[in-house]
Design a protein around this ligand. Structure first.
Ligand SMILES: [Fe+2]
Ligand SMILES: [Fe+2]
Length: 403
């Protein structure tokens, strides 16, 4: 498979001013997600609120029951309740939450461990999660982020049947992989192919881009990142002129499985906010080789998919890992996947930082060209992003405010 741009698709390369960007209303305008915190104890968990406000628009209210009546932003991520069990207002809120057919945002209760209030709300089936004041703030944020990622279900629903089908298959695949890992079985090839089929044969490019736009606004999880890289690889592949369906399948599968080796890395390292200690970093850096081994041992995967897993952290100048290969030693799919992986990592929300908008990510990619990333592929990716903006009639400003 040749993943370099064809001469036909190189026309206009690098000249982004040629791409018309009409100003207009952004139909997917992404403001930051809103988190409503219902409490009269705000001073008590100020650190948490400060941390939360890095990533979300935090709205404070001391009346819980009114929250469900107020027009909320469609992208409301969560409501956090922080109160004591004697509070009738909180009880009333919970009662309304349980009304059949009521579609509500994610609800998280916050309180002190062993407090009567938490004991009370933990019994409520309509509560999505609990955060303890006593936990370190980083842990609170991580818990919150994982819960908030459930919101992706609501967002994908808005895109219709085809997008829903991809999301459902992706979640099923994760279940399959987890089950197989526990029993030491190989990564299930058939489930991977079914998901690839739904992406390659199904929605058009614009719908896939819309799908990514929704997906990236949520907290990072391996599933979101893997699907993000898979779809970005598929779209970039089509953009550089890959027309053969078989090659498109391979790109999608390579993207989906590039980080499969992370299933061997302890969760405490994977989800640690902030910097890793040297020994943790060393362990994390084993995931490309671990992934390569897993795919090789399964005996089912194309070598392109295996190269993608093993080489996506290598750099042109030989400073990457695990083998420190230089550009000429890298496979095309390895260079291709490195570009997609870095771009997606920049545009996804993480527990320890906000995401960059697609335009900001493009600007951040440019300095990485040559030493780290393949310059031609980076330019083609940037061109694709601007092309999407034009097709969706986004303005540069619409995208600039999404971080
Ligand atoms: Fe990776
Ligand atoms: Fe990755």
């Amino acid at each position: 498979m040749n993943v370099q741009p064809t001469s036909e698709t190189q026309k206009g390369q690098g000249d982004l001013t040629q791409v018309g960007i009409p100003l207009g209303k952004n139909p997917l305008a992404e403001s930051r997600q809103q988190v409503i915190v219902a409490t009269n104890q705000e001073a008590f968990f100020k650190d948490f609120l400060d941390f939360l406000s890095h990533d979300y628009d935090v709205v404070l209210t001391d009346t819980r029951r009114s929250v469900l009546d107020e027009p909320q932003k469609p992208r409301t991520a969560a409501i956090i309740l922080s109160e004591y069990p004697s509070d009738l207002d909180a009880r009333d809120f919970l009662r309304r939450l349980k009304q059949p057919g009521h579609c509500h945002p994610i609800v998280i209760a916050m309180g002190r461990q062993w407090s009567p209030w938490l004991t009370f709300v933990e019994r409520q089936t309509s509560i999505d999660g609990v955060i303890y004041y006593e936990s370190p703030v980083e842990h609170q944020i991580r818990t919150f982020g994982l819960l908030a990622s459930r919101g992706v279900d609501y967002c994908i629903d808005e895109l219709g049947d085809r997008a829903q089908a991809i999301w459902r298959l992706a979640k099923d695949l994760v279940g399959h992989i987890e089950a197989h890992m526990k029993t030491g079985q190989p990564v299930p090839r058939m489930a991977v192919r079914v998901l690839a089929q739904s992406a390659v044969e199904g929605p058009d490019e614009i719908l896939l881009m819309d799908f990514l736009s929704k997906l990236r606004s949520h907290h990072h999880e391996t599933l979101v990142h893997s699907l993000d890289v898979a779809l970005t690889a598929l779209l970039l592949g089509r953009h550089v002129g890959i027309r053969m369906k078989g090659d498109q399948y391979l790109l999608f599968e390579a993207g989906l499985l590039h980080d499969i080796g992370k299933t061997k890395v302890p969760q405490s390292i994977l989800s640690k906010p902030g910097k890793l200690l040297p020994h943790e970093l060393a362990e994390m850096r084993q995931h490309p080789e671990a992934g390569e081994r897993m795919l090789l041992e399964s005996g089912d995967y194309d070598k392109q998919v295996i190269f993608a897993a093993g080489q996506h952290h290598e750099k042109n100048d030989g400073t990457g890992y695990p083998r420190g290969l230089v550009g000429s030693q890298l496979s095309e799919i390895g260079r291709f996947m490195a570009v997609c992986d870095v771009f997606c990592a920049l545009t996804e929300r993480r527990s320890y930082r906000s995401k960059s908008s697609a335009i900001q990510a493009c600007a951040l990619l440019r300095p990485l060209v040559d030493n780290h990333l393949d310059g031609v592929l980076v330019e083609r990716l940037i061109e694709m992003v601007y092309g999407y903006m034009a097709a969706r009639q986004f303005s540069r400003d619409d995208w600039a405010v999404t971080a």
